[in-house]
Ligand binder design. Structure first.
Ligand SMILES: Cc1cc2nc3c(=O)[nH]c(=O)nc-3n(C[C@H](O)[C@H](O)[C@H](O)COP(=O)(O)OP(=O)(O)OC[C@H]3O[C@@H](n4cnc5c(N)ncnc54)[C@H](O)[C@@H]3O)c2cc1C
Ligand SMILES: *[C@@H]1O[C@H](CO)[C@@H](O)[C@H](O)[C@H]1NC(C)=O
Ligand SMILES: *[C@@H]1O[C@H](CO)[C@@H](O)[C@H](O)[C@H]1NC(C)=O
Ligand SMILES: *[C@@H]1O[C@H](CO)[C@@H](O)[C@H](O)[C@H]1NC(C)=O
Ligand SMILES: *[C@@H]1O[C@H](CO)[C@@H](O)[C@H](O)[C@H]1NC(C)=O
Ligand SMILES: *[C@@H]1O[C@H](CO)[C@@H](O)[C@H](O)[C@H]1NC(C)=O
Length: 500
C-alpha cells in the first residue's frame, strides 16, 4: 500500500473514533490481547497494511507466549514450540522459502533406540513395528469421528503385532509393552492426559513434507523476529516494540452489543483501563476455560461457551538437563519401554513421591531426546495424568526420579553423571496458559471451531471482539502455523473493513 493510502487510513480511524470527550486517555481503535504468535502476527499484518493505531496488552513479562526460546547449555532450548510441522501449506515454512531462510531448519530423525526396563534390548523388528505405527499416526490420521486415538490406533497396533509376532511369545510381550510408549507419544502429540481423550479423525490437515523440522540454533523464537522484521536485517524492523505493553493482565472485557457506538472497555489487573473499537483476543483455550465466565461482560454466547467446554486442552511437559559434557554416543533419542511387571513394581523400587495416580510417576517418563546443536543437553519428555503435579514439585524430587529411570534403562550401558542444571516447562500451572495446546475430543463437532472463532459483532454487523489463537484454527489448531494464520485472519478482517 502506498503512503497516501496509509495516511488516509489514519484519518479514517481518527474520524471514526469520535469519543473525544471521554474521560479515559487510553484510547486506541484496536487492542490486541496477548503477544504470542497470533497477537504478533496480527500486529505485523496491520502494520504492513498501514494500520499502526493499536496496542498489544500482554500479561507476561515477555513476548512470545507458547514460543519461548531460552539460553541453556551451549545454546538455546525451547520450553514451548520447537518444530515446524510440515511444509506444503505451512505458513511458517512458506515464509522461510519466500525469504530464502529455509536453512534455519533441519529435519529430525525418527526414534530408533528402544530400551526395556528389564535391561534387555528391544529387537529391531519390534522397534520397527513401533516406529511404523507412530509414523502412521503422525501422517495419516484414520479412524472415525466417534472413536478415540487410543481405540483406533490401539486396535490397529494390536492386530498388527499379533499377526507379526503371534508365534514368538517373547517378542509379542515386548511389542505389547511398547503400546504404553505409543500411547505416550500420542498424548504428547495431542497434548492430552489420556489417548482415549482425543478423537482419531479430526479436522486437522497435515501439511505435506517433513513433520519435524527443528530450528537449528536460536529456537523457534527466531521466527517471531522474522515476522517482526528484526531478522535477518534489523534495519527493516516494524515499529512493534513500542506498541507492546508487558505485565498487563486483562481481567475484564466489557462492551454493549446493542449500543450504536462501538466501544469496548478493557480492564487490567493493575487498575488501568483501555478503550477500543475492536479487540483481538488471543489467550489460550486453557485461559478461556478457566476465565471466560468472568472475563467477558456480557457473558459469551452459548455456542461459544459450549465450544470452549468441548474442545480439549491438556498438557505435556519438557525437562532439560545440562551435563558437564556429553556422555552418550550419537543417538538421537532414548526411548523407554516399560515392561508390565516393572511398571507395577515402580512404586516399590522408587518410592519417591508424588504418586496420586496409583502408579509411580516415573512410568510417565518415556523418551529422552538429544539436541544436535546443544551437545551436552538432554530433553526429557513427561506426559500424561501427572504433568500438573510434576510441574510444581521440587527440582530434587524431579531429578531423582529422572536419574532413577535413566539408570534403570541405561545403567547397564552407560555410567550416567549427575546433571549440573535443570530447566522445566510449567505451561499448565501458569494461569496465562493453563495447558499446552488444544485437541479435538469425542464431543468436538465439526462446526465447533467456527463457533469459537466467530467474532462478536455490533448491531450493524461489524466485528467488535475477535478471537484468534491456535485453538481457533479449524485446520491447523495446536500449532504455531495455525496460530499465525489465525492472527492474519483477524487482522485481515479489520484491514478489509477499513480499507475498502
Ligand atoms: C510444550 C509445547 C510444545 C509445543 N510444540 C510445538 C511444536 O513443536 N510446533 C508447533 O507448531 N507448535 C507447538 N506448540 C504449540 C504452539 O506453541 C502454540 O500453538 C502457539 O504458540 C500458540 O500461539 P497463540 O498466539 O495462539 O497463543 P499463546 O502463545 O498462548 O499467546 C497468547 C498470549 O496471551 C497472553 N495472555 C494470556 N492471558 C492473558 C490476559 N488475561 N491478559 C493479557 N494477556 C494474556 C499469554 O501470556 C500469551 O503470551 C507447542 C506448545 C507447547 C506449550
Ligand atoms: C539463498 O541462500 C543461500 C545460502 O543459504 C545462498 O547461497 C543463495 O545465494 C541465496 N539465494 C538467493 C536467491 O538469495
Ligand atoms: C544391546 O544394545 C546395546 C546398545 O545399543 C549394545 O551395546 C549391546 O551389545 C546390545 N546387546 C545385545 C545382547 O544385543
Ligand atoms: C462409530 O460410528 C460407526 C458408524 O459411523 C459405528 O459403526 C460404530 O459403532 C461407532 N462406534 C462407537 C464407539 O460409537
Ligand atoms: C491392545 O492390547 C492391550 C493388551 O496388550 C490391551 O490392554 C488394549 O486394550 C488393546 N487395545 C485395543 C484398542 O484393543
Ligand atoms: C463429553 O460430554 C459428556 C457430557 O457433557 C461428558 O460427560 C464427557 O466427559 C465429555 N467427554 C469428553 C471427552 O470431553
Amino acid at each position: 500500500m502506498d503512503n497516501i493510502l496509509k495516511y488516509l487510513c489514519g484519518i479514517l480511524f481518527y474520524l471514526l473514533f469520535d469519543e473525544k470527550c471521554d474521560i479515559f486517555e487510553n484510547k486506541t481503535p484496536i487492542i490486541i490481547i496477548g503477544a504470542g504468535s497470533a497477537g504478533i502476527s496480527a500486529a505485523t499484518r496491520l502494520l504492513e497494511n498501514g494500520i499502526d493505531d493499536f496496542l498489544i496488552l500482554e500479561a507476561e513479562s515477555q513476548i512470545g507466549g507458547r514460543i519461548r526460546s531460552v539460553e541453556f547449555g551451549d545454546g538455546y532450548v525451547d520450553l514451548g514450540a520447537a518444530s515446524c510441522h510440515g511444509q506444503k501449506g505451512n505458513i511458517v515454512w512458506e515464509k522461510l522459502v519466500q525469504m530464502n531462510l529455509t536453512n534455519l531448519l533441519r529435519h529430525t530423525k525418527v526414534p530408533n533406540n528402544f530400551f526395556l526396563s528389564s535391561g534387555k534390548n528391544v529387537s529391531e523388528d519390534v522397534s520397527n513395528e513401533v516406529v511404523h505405527a507412530m509414523l502412521e499416526m503422525l501422517h495419516y490420521k484414520r479412524g472415525s469421528r466417534n472413536e478415540s486415538m487410543g481405540l483406533t490406533y490401539g486396535k490397529m497396533y494390536n492386530d498388527s503385532i499379533t499377526e507379526k509376532f503371534g508365534n514368538d511369545r517373547e517378542k509379542l510381550e515386548v511389542a505389547q509393552s511398547a503400546l504404553h510408549w505409543l500411547a505416550h507419544i500420542v498424548m504428547c502429540m495431542e497434548g492430552t492426559i489420556s489417548w482415549y481423550d482425543s478423537r482419531s479423525k479430526t479436522s486437522y490437515q497435515v501439511c505435506e513434507g517433513h513433520q519435524e523440522l527443528i530450528w537449528k540454533g536460536a529456537g523457534y523464537g527466531i521466527f517471531l523476529d522474522i515476522l517482526m522484521g528484526k531478522y535477518p536485517d534489523q534495519r527493516v524492523q516494524l515499529p512493534i516494540d513500542e506498541k507492546i505493553l508487558l505485565n498487563k493482565e486483562v481481567t475484564k472485557v466489557s462492551w454493549s452489543p446493542t449500543a450504536t457506538k462501538k466501544r469496548v472497555e478493557i480492564s487490567c489487573l493493575d487498575g488501568s483501563i483501555y478503550i477500543a473499537r475492536h479487540v483481538i483476543f488471543t489467550p489460550s483455550l486453557g485461559v478461556l476455560k478457566e476465565r471466560a465466565e468472568d472475563l467477558f461482560v456480557p457473558r459469551l454466547p452459548e455456542n461459544k461457551m459450549a465450544a470452549i467446554e468441548n474442545i480439549g486442552m491438556g498438557a505435556t511437559m519438557k525437562v532439560y538437563l545440562q551435563y558437564p559434557s556429553r556422555w552418550w554416543r550419537d543417538e538421537v533419542s532414548f526411548n523407554f519401554v516399560w515392561g508390565e511387571d516393572d511398571k507395577r513394581d515402580a512404586m516399590n523400587v522408587f518410592p519417591g513421591q508424588p504418586s496420586p495416580i496409583g502408579e509411580s510417576w516415573i512410568t510417565r517418563l518415556y523418551s529422552v531426546e538429544m539436541l544436535k546443536e546443544n551437545p551436552r543437553v538432554l530433553l526429557v519428555w513427561i506426559t500424561g495424568d501427572i504433568v500438573d503435579v510434576l510441574e510444581t514439585i521440587d527440582d530434587d524430587i524431579l531429578l531423582s526420579g529422572i536419574e532413577f529411570t535413566m539408570n534403570k534403562f541405561l545403567g547397564h550401558i552407560y555410567d550416567i553423571p549427575k546433571p549440573e542444571k535443570i530447566l522445566r516447562s510449567t505451561w499448565y500451572s501458569n494461569p496465562n496458559f493453563r495447558g499446552t495446546y488444544s485437541y479435538q475430543t469425542l464431543n468436538t463437532t465439526d462446526h465447533i471451531i467456527t463457533d469459537l472463532m466467530e467474532p462478536l459483532r455490533s448491531s450493524d454487523g461489524s466485528p467488535v471482539i475477535q478471537f484468534a489463537g491456535e485453538a481457533t484454527s479449524p485446520q491447523h489448531f495446536s500449532t504455531v502455523h495455525g496460530a499465525i494464520e489465525s492472527g492474519y485472519r483477524e487482522a485481515d478482517r479489520l484491514i478489509e473493513m477499513y480499507t475498502q
